[in-house]
Design a protein around this ligand. Sequence first.
Ligand code: ZN
Length: 161
Amino acid sequence: MKHNRVEFSYSVYENASELAPADAALLDSAREAITQAYAPYSKFRVGAAAVLSNGVTVTGSNQENASYPVGICAERTLLASAAHQFPDAAIDTLAVSYDGDFVKSDHPISPCGMCRQSLQEAETRGGRPIRLILAGQEGEVFIINTIADLLPFAFTPTELG
Ligand SMILES: [Zn+2]
C-alpha cells in the first residue's frame, strides 16, 4: 500500500490592479457579463468571459429557471456559446466574477462541480490548458493554470475508449 498526494499551485493577486493588462481586461468583461444574468430566484449573478485561440472573446452569465434544476451556470452558458460559434477554437483563458443581493463580492468564487466537468471536457477538446481567473468585484484574484487542477480523477473521454 502507498499513499499518493494531489497538489496544485495557483497565483493569488491582492487585487485586480496587479493583473497583466490582458487578464484585467478579461476580468472586466466577466464583470460586465454579470449584467446579463437572469437570476430572479437566487439573486446571485455570475458573469464569465473567455478569450479563445482565435482571439475572440465570448461571454456568458447564469440563466435561472422557475424549475430550479433547469438553470444553467455562467460557465456552461459560455462554453455552449463558444463551442457553437467557434467549434474549432480552443479556450485560452476564462474569467469568472459575480455579485449578489445577499453576498459581499469581495473574494473569488470557483466553478461548481458540474461546470468543472464541462470545463474539463472543453480543455480536453481544445488540447490545451484553460487558465482560470477568479475574482469578485473587489479583493483577491486567483489565477489557476489548468482546469485539471480543479478536478482530480476527472472522468474524461479516454475512459470511453
Ligand atoms: Zn456551475
